[in-house]
Design a protein around this ligand. Structure first.
Ligand code: GDG
Length: 720
């Protein structure tokens, strides 16, 4: 799925003509698509097609190319493409917030058109198909598809930068945009920075934490990862052009030193700044006057948008000024071509250009830089590349420039023209070898393989909702067992989670359930809580047959013995004196954070803090803590908005295992909990144990989940 099909339709003399469309996405994907057996669904490049012609076009595209057109009306295209896509998302994501507009009706149309695309896919996609959605025009589509096809494997790739949250948060509909993207199983970006920005937006604006790029959304894992798009290196490298006969240039021009740039006319491509620096270069290095020609190829794009019209006007003027100022009777400094050139012509130009001058202000990747290198089968030529292009991460041997630094760019032109051929070859060989390794095919396969793998892994990671039929199944297991052990956490599991030391007394319903459940002779019911042992005994004094594990596993109460036993005879708490000051430093530096203290643990809680700040503090703090806990009987554990240091021989899991040692006959085991200390318990219990997590938006080792304590009380009620 992409906004644009790889062809666009033109009308000429009442006939429909099909032409290849220009642009990074299509160039990159067309060959990959040909290798796959699928459909490419997208807009055919023309609007308001009369109904009588639609089916003719539809059939031709489908039969000849396996393309499926989504027909749009002019007004839809205006709001969706020229509007929200290219007047809001594009400029904002390219850090041009001053050129960004926010228009409610354009946003509404954007949503409607995404729905239209969704409807079209649903005509083709099977329940479990793999769907790959491309780019910023279809940000909402993964979310829409997920609703309609919950089991499908959905990938999304963003071809443009993903901005820092400072900018992204300016969008009034930012939440919906993020949720739309999060409908995917895998979200791909060109560079690690874009991935990082996206994850940071999810954290700060949608409160979604991640573990190494994985988030949990509606009980599904969603992955964000980096896949730098490559090109078909072999095609460019092996392309046959006649050495002596230029395709587009006349003989005189072909003899000059050529500086080349190729862009779609776009505000992000830095053309004005580039021209200004070329003018400065002529001023500063007059020895090149008459010897160097700058060929500026610029394909028309988004011509209906005002900002693009203004840019075109400025560009025309600037080229005119430079040419007026420096031209001689037999030399023009800037050769400005405002049209698309043929593929053959383009590759011939790449091969003849001494310098490729690629200086976008911001660019998701920039394929032109890669194409220039791949075309150079003589390994000659110099690439000047902007640090604002995603490609800069992979092409460090190019001459790297800041696209706003006119002086630096002018100097780089001179340096590039002076660079010895040996040095050119050395640098280009390294870069071309790298491009060969991760070419467009590897990129596509890598994304697809990861998508399919993550889609599968998702099935394993996902816990199952505790629905009525599952409850009935658990009740049957319970009924047919001879000896049962049931571990129940209290806060957050039987009652709604409370703040630190707030008292949430068990109500009559809970007390009645626990009393009944624990009175059954063949049952051993154990309440497993973080709370103080005395309080727990007081609260549950009415449940005579209930056993209790208190203070995260430190104490075990057996009703038969009517006494408390420590899990470990000696609990050393000296270690806390070393850890506490470190946690305190981070409390001081992180508004909202606080420390919770137990004999066997110290935790740093940040539920109330800014999640992004806490994330940074956490990383730093963990590094500090690691050096202290190393080699000691201590471990660092991370839970939901909490990180803790604890003695590693004391935990709910260890206490539960101690109890199970006394229960060798048990043929039904169940454990229920809601937080990270319970995760330890889930992990240490045998595979056959029924484990239930009372929380929804977190990854868990438990087999089942339920959204609130109500689900657990219902299950216990069914059991008793
Ligand atoms: C977006 C992102 C990202 C251009 N003019 C002609 C022509 N082209 C071809 C080039 C190249 C493609 O169009 C342009 O690709 P870019 O990557 O440079 O830029 P965008 O179109 O803005 O693409 C970009 C890309 O998506 C892929 O993810 O890299 O950052 O903005 O392939 O060769 N081709 C021909 N004649 C032209 O006049 N034949």
């Amino acid at each position: 799925m992409s906004n644009r099909l790889p062809v666009h339709i033109k009308t000429e003399a009442n006939k429909y003509l099909f032409e290849r469309s220009v642009g990074g996405l299509t160039t990159g994907l067309i060959n990959l698509f040909k290798k796959m057996k699928g459909y490419w669904i997208g807009w055919p490049g023309i609007n308001d097609i009369p109904n009588k012609d639609k089916s003719k076009i539809y059939n031709k595209l489908k039969k000849d190319y396996r393309y499926v057109p989504v027909f749009l009306r002019n007004d839809e295209f205006e709001g969706f493409y020229n509007g929200f896509s290219n007047s809001t998302i594009w400029p904002l994501f390219h850090y041009q917030s001053m050129h960004t507009t926010y228009d409610q009706s354009q946003w509404d149309t954007y949503k409607d058109v995404n729905k239209k695309f969704c409807k079209k896919i649903l005509e083709y996609a099977g329940k479990k198909d793999v769907i790959w959605v491309h780019d910023y025009q279809l940000l909402l589509l993964p979310g829409m598809l997920r609703k309609a096809l919950p089991e499908a494997t959905i990938g999304f790739f963003l071809h443009i930068p993903f901005p820092s949250q400072e900018l992204f948060r300016l969008i009034p509909w930012r939440q919906e945009v993020l949720e739309g993207m999060l409908g995917s199983d895998l979200i791909g970006f060109h560079t690690f920075d874009y991935t990082r920005h996206f994850l940071s937006c999810c954290l700060r604006l949608a409160n979604r934490e991640n573990e190494f790029g994985m988030m949990k959304v509606d009980n599904r894992p969603v992955y964000a990862d980096t896949f730098p798009m490559g090109i078909d290196v072999k095609k460019f490298f092996d392309f046959r052009t006649k050495k002596n006969k230029p395709v587009l240039l006349n003989k005189d021009l072909a003899k000059k030193k050529i500086i080349l740039s190729v862009d779609r006319l776009d505000i992000s491509k830095g053309m004005l700044e580039r021209l200004i620096s070329f003018e400065r270069f002529l001023e500063k290095y007059p020895q090149w006057i008459g010897k160097v020609t700058y060929i500026l190829i610029c394909s028309p794009s988004r011509t209906h948008i005002l900002n693009y019209q203004i840019l075109k006007k400025k560009l025309d003027e600037l080229v005119g000024n430079i040419n007026g100022r420096f031209s001689t009777f037999n030399w023009t400094p800037v050769n400005y071509i405002y049209q698309s050139v043929s593929q053959e012509g383009l590759i011939d130009l790449y091969r003849r250009a001494h310098v490729a001058f690629v200086t976008p202000l911001r660019d998701g990747m920039n394929l032109v830089a890669k194409e220039y290198l791949a075309s150079r089968n003589d390994y000659k030529g110099v690439l000047i590349l902007s640090e604002g292009a995603g490609a800069c991460n992979e092409l460090g041997e190019a001459l790297i420039v800041n696209p706003n630094d006119v002086e630096q760019m002018a100097d780089s032109l001179n340096n590039a023209l002076m660079l010895p051929v040996d040095e050119q070859k050395k640098r280009n060989k390294i870069m071309i070898t790298r491009l060969r390794r991760y070419d467009i095919y590897r990129w596509g396969e890598d994304f697809m393989e990861t998508l399919i793998e993550k889609g599968k892994k998702g099935e394993q990671l996902t816990n199952i909702e505790l629905t009525e039929p599952i409850m009935n199944r658990i009740v049957n297991q319970y009924k047919s067992a001879q000896r049962r052990v049931i571990f129940l956490d209290y806060d957050g599991t039987l009652v709604t989670s409370s703040r630190k030391n707030e008292k949430v007394l068990p109500n009559n319903e809970i007390l009645k359930l626990l009393k009944k459940l624990s009175s059954v002779k063949s049952n051993r019911v154990v309440l497993v809580s973080r709370r103080n042992r005395k309080i727990l005994r007081k609260w549950f004094s009415g449940c005579k047959y209930l056993d209790i594990v208190a203070e995260h596993g430190l104490w075990i109460y057996r009703h038969k013995e009517n006494s408390w036993e420590p899990l470990e005879q000696h609990v050393d708490s000296e270690w806390q004196a070393h850890i506490r000051p470190i946690l305190e430093t981070y409390v001081d530096r992180t508004p909202g954070a606080y420390i919770e203290e137990k004999p066997h643990s110290l935790t740093w809680n940040y539920r109330k803090s800014d999640p992004a700040l806490a994330e940074i503090r956490l990383r730093e703090m963990t590094i500090n803590l690691l050096s202290i806990v190393a080699g000691k009987n201590l471990e660092i554990l991370r839970g939901n908005k909490v990180v803790g240091v604890k003695l590693n021989n004391i935990s709910k899991g260890k206490a539960a295992l101690r109890i199970l040692e006394e229960e060798s006959e048990a043929d039904f085991m169940m454990a229920v909990g809601d937080d990270w200390t319970d995760e330890e318990m889930f992990a240490s219990l045998p595979e056959t144990c029924v484990t239930i997590k009372v929380k929804y938006e977190e990854l868990s080792r438990a087999k089942y989940f339920t959204k609130s304590p109500k689900g657990i009380l219902t299950l216990l009620d069914k059991i008793v």
